[in-house]
Design a protein around this ligand. Structure first.
Ligand code: F6P
Length: 459
């Protein structure tokens, strides 16, 4: 394989993770749509994926795994504290999610953010073939496009933001707003999850930079395409897992454990304060308190995957969620029967699909979410056209999944009423909605998403 790559992907994490089994360690491909969408494209041509290998004490040399060259970039413990936990996840993350937690602005985080972006840009410049394509992912690397353009003006550079892009009123808070916009304007294509994100970006660029144009922009003599590319899932994979006899058998075991005859309400999220885990638990508690449902009728299963556990706000959220769950189980549970089953861990895809198959109601209630793929995964597994998706209006998915039961997660009474309506929805109405939802997800898979971004970049 040539050491120069026609396609280069830049993302915070590599598409692989280290596993240690029986004293032997090696790499395994990480789960997730982005990785599966890229794999067929990257395998066909000389390509490199640049990212962090996940540890601060060592970083291996570039290596090939399943046909893709991985280029690990070392990040020190200070980088993680300032670039990742600091600027990325305590400044940008809350700011871009409607400031539902107060963003912190620290100059001692901004400099490391610039430095790490410079490091990634330098490696991309080194490995990309002449006139190659570099596709940069997410909020960690908003300065890379412009840095890379200075080093390698011959490249086609794409940037995709996986999280929301905020409106002017919020973005304007950031002391480094102009630098971030100019960083992104270094790309030929800047992609967002929704039209709203794309509009926010164009409007902000017109206000704070020299860019002009309505949606697409002209900047420093170049054309910058600004467009929505809603990300999706590998639909066929989820549908086939839903038909897999082993998964269905596992679902039956779980059903027996949760109690035959009880309707199942399910939430699956990273443990993140954007996801509205607390509010949906409160709504379920309200239904029990008002006796609109009982312990015998329903059971709530919440899977919360540990995430960013060294960031204070995430620790507080976990404490809050666990207190809420404990309170409700204490008040309404009986010996041998609890209203809420709470798992703070990640589950393999087969187990998750087993739970999707059982869920009469899937609750997805983020206060703000770039897309939310759990909603799409649930839909893809509902091969019998039943079940209800209760979906926050403030997710990117809600722009596509219009036949879901939409909710405002800030309105706890509204959410409680909608949860009750979902639990009592007729099979005919469930089927009417679910058929449409499944068609929508099937028509735009993660492969369509990746192909349309590459097409825009090649244009
Ligand atoms: O949705 C944004 C995102 O950064 C994803 O790309 C990632 O899979 C997820 O959040 C988890 O984040 P982290 O890499 O910080 O654990």
């Amino acid at each position: 394989m040539s050491d120069k790559s026609e396609i280069v992907i830049v993302s915070n994490r590599l598409p692989v993770h280290r596993v240690d089994r029986e004293g032997r360690s090696g790499w395994e491909t990480s789960p997730g749509g982005l990785v599966s969408a890229m794999t067929p494209i990257l395998r066909d041509r000389p390509s490199t994926w640049i990212g962090w290998a996940g540890a601060t004490d060592w970083s291996p040399d570039p290596f090939i795994h399943e046909g893709i060259r991985n280029y690990p970039v070392p990040l020190t413990a200070d980088d993680i504290a300032n670039f990742y936990e600091g600027f990325s996840n305590s400044t940008l993350w809350p700011l871009y999610h409607d400031a539902i937690r107060t963003p912190s602005y620290h100059r001692h985080w901004w400099r490391p953010y610039q430095e790490v972006n410079e490091r990634f840009a330098a490696i991309a410049a080194e490995v990309a073939a002449p006139n190659g394509i570099v596709w940069i992912h997410d909020y960690h690397f908003q300065l890379v496009p412009a840095m890379l353009r200075v080093l390698r003006p011959d490249l086609r550079i794409g940037f995709f933001l996986h999280i929301p892009f905020p409106p002017q009123e919020l973005f304007a808070q950031m002391p480094w707003r102009r630098q971030v916009l100019e960083g992104l304007l270094g790309a030929d294509v800047v992609g967002f999850q929704t039209k709203m994100g794309a509009q926010n970006f164009s409007r902000l660029c017109r206000k704070y930079t020299d860019a002009i144009g309505a949606r697409d922009l002209d900047y420093q003599g170049r054309h910058v395409t600004v467009q929505a590319f809603p990300i999706s899932i590998d639909y066929a994979r989820y549908e086939s897992l839903a038909r897999d006899p082993a998964v269905r058998q596992r679902a039956e075991v779980l059903r027996a454990q949760l109690g035959e005859g009880r309707r199942i309400v399910l939430g699956v999220d990273r443990m993140d304060y954007t996801k509205g885990i607390d509010i949906r638990i409160k709504a379920y508690g309200e239904l029990l308190r008002s006796k609109r449902t009982t312990l015998r009728d329903t059971v709530f299963v919440q899977v919360a995957v540990p995430s960013r556990e060294r960031v204070d706000e995430y620790q507080t959220l976990r404490d809050d969620v666990e207190r809420l769950v404990g309170g409700i189980n204490g008040s309404y549970g009986e010996l041998g029967m609890t209203p809420i089953h709470y798992l703070h861990r990640s589950l393999p895809a087969e187990e998750l699909v087993g739970l999707y198959l059982l869920a009469d109601v899937m609750v997805v209630t983020p206060f703000r979410d770039g897309m939310n793929l759990v909603a799409k995964e649930y839909v893809a597994t509902r091969i019998e056209d039943d079940g209800v998706l209760l979906l926050s209006e403030f997710t990117g998915s809600a722009h596509e999944l219009k036949s879901a039961m939409l909710v405002n997660p800030h309105d706890v009474d509204g959410l409680t009423n909608r949860l009750y309506a979902a639990l009592t929805m007729s099979p005919t109405e469930q089927a009417r909605r679910m058929k449409r939802l499944r068609r929508t997800v099937k028509e735009n898979t993660v492969y369509d998403w990746a192909n349309s971004f590459f097409e825009a970049l090649a244009a």
